[in-house]
Design a protein. Sequence first.
Length: 52
Amino acid sequence: MNHAESIGIIGGADGPTAIFITGHPGIWFWAAALLAGFVLLAIGAALYRHRK
């Protein structure tokens, strides 16, 4: 049986970012979501340092 999973990230300049997860995620799905979160945090930190 095939399983479908997806991640949706919704965000804007004037509000918080929301992450929606559908399906029954396995370990690789969580690893990808965690990696995406770290990438977003790194980009945010780099932009914050650049503005100072």
